[in-house]
Design a binder for this molecule. Structure first.
Ligand SMILES: [Zn+2]
Length: 93
């Protein structure tokens, strides 16, 4: 069953720079604790990220995105929209 975006937890991480924008990611917001292979979002530039085995992050590739189940992609799209509304990124550009 897809999890609704209103059941979110925030987990503290060892600060890791976002591979896309370089902002340190001090925590992950999602529906589950971070696990290797889990998908999360950068709270600054809103790219999708995937946890590596040591809970670092790298960008989710297009192929990995397309390999996700459609319900998961739909959920992540909704999650990004929800988070954007609650925490608008500061505009530096
Ligand atoms: Zn970023």
């Amino acid at each position: 069953m897809p999890t609704r975006p209103d059941k979110l937890t925030t987990t503290a991480l060892a600060p890791t720079p976002c591979p896309a924008c370089g902002v340190p990611l001090a925590h992950a917001t999602g529906t589950e604790p971070p696990t290797p292979g889990g998908v999360t979002l950068c709270g600054h530039c809103w790219v999708y990220l995937i946890f590596t085995v040591d809970l670092g992050v790298r960008r989710l590739s297009d192929g990995e995105w397309l390999a996700l189940p459609p319900a998961r992609r739909e959920f992540l799209t909704q999650l990004r929209d929800v988070l954007r509304q609650h925490e608008p990124p500061t505009t530096h550009h």
